[in-house]
Design a protein around this ligand. Structure first.
Ligand SMILES: Cc1cc2nc3c(=O)[nH]c(=O)nc-3n(C[C@H](O)[C@H](O)[C@H](O)COP(=O)(O)OP(=O)(O)OC[C@H]3O[C@@H](n4cnc5c(N)ncnc54)[C@H](O)[C@@H]3O)c2cc1C
Length: 267
């Protein structure tokens, strides 16, 4: 249990929900997911992020977290890194069901369907925990109404780190609400360090044409293809340059276009 050393004073909690952890699952020594109760009046768009903290200090440390569950889910799910000595995750990785997690009330972000103009295929490019906003989006029926095909590409260091994504895809197939759309979703897991069927970086695989040869998918067509990108600053830079190379234009909530990016963390 996380001991509440100095409970945050209720007067300071106006902008914060205090929620109960319902489930924790560890995938590797670097990655875990947790689920928690959802405040009744909390609304968000699939793909957005919120600020998360723990009630373990006078001034809790809050960090941005993409909500990995879709807008319709009764609970909230998060997929987290464990940073050795990280101000939040060194404690967050120890949470157990029944513990309290704090969440600021406002959700925001650019990885939302409204930030893209209509298209036929949607490419979701992620490294590591960058899959979290896409875990939300691929469980939202609206994505399948707006796009004929969704292609999720996740790159991690090793095969074990792909565990969350693989589990997500497996569960999606059996989900009564979205299982019927599973055939519209293509998952292409990649590793950079451990040997696996698809090794290397997303940009290299797409720019060399290897990805298209492997999957049998047609090359990028700027009129019909859209992209969402979530990863480290370096990955965003490389993938955004690739998207522009393919003729796509960067969009935002107030100016939808053909691709959008968001940091999975700040370096
Ligand atoms: C918009 C946005 C959304 C985010 N969504 C998520 C999410 O869904 N899941 C999540 O785990 N983190 C997410 N992060 C990162 C998160 O805010 C924290 O940085 C992370 O939880 C570590 O917190 P910390 O206080 O332990 O360490 P910090 O002091 O925040 O980070 C220490 C260092 O660890 C590294 N690091 C931090 N986060 C990650 C990560 N996710 N993957 C790899 N290396 C990392 C960086 O080098 C960073 O400088 C997001 C960040 C942003 C800006």
């Amino acid at each position: 249990m996380i001991a509440a050393k100095n409970q945050t004073h209720p007067a300071k909690m106006d902008n914060v929900f205090a929620q109960k952890v319902t489930e924790v699952k560890h995938y590797t020594d670097r990655l875990f997911k947790f689920r928690m109760t959802r405040p009744e009046n909390f609304r968000f768009r699939s793909g957005e992020f919120v600020m998360i903290g723990l009630p373990d200090a006078d001034k809790p440390v809050f960090r941005a977290y993409s909500i990995a569950s879709p807008f319709w889910d009764e609970e909230l799910e998060f997929f987290s890194i464990k940073v050795p000595g990280g101000p939040l995750t060194e404690h967050l990785q120890k949470i157990r069901p029944g513990d309290t997690v704090l969440m600021r009330k406002k959700a925001t972000g650019t990885l939302v369907l409204d930030a893209l103009i209509p298209g036929r295929r949607l490419f979701l490019l992620a490294t590591g925990t960058g899959i979290a906003p896409f875990a939300s989006l691929i469980r939202d029926p609206e994505i399948y109404e707006k796009f004929a095909q969704i292609i999720l590409i996740q790159t991690t260091r090793n095969i074990a780190e792909l565990g969350y994504g693989k589990e997500l895809l497996e569960n999606l197939r059996h989900d009564p609400l979205i299982g019927e759309f599973a055939d519209k979703l293509c998952f292409y897991p990649m590793t950079t360090r451990e040997k696996s069927p698809h090794m290397g970086r997303i940009t290299e695989a797409m720019l060399s044409g290897r990805f298209f040869a492997d999957t049998g998918l047609a090359p990028i067509d700027k009129e019909n293809d859209r992209m969402m990108i979530c990863g480290s600053q370096a990955m965003l830079k490389d993938c955004a340059a690739m998207a522009r190379h393919f003729g796509l234009e960067e969009g935002a909530n107030n100016a939808p276009a053909s691709f959008v990016v968001e940091k999975a963390f700040v370096d």
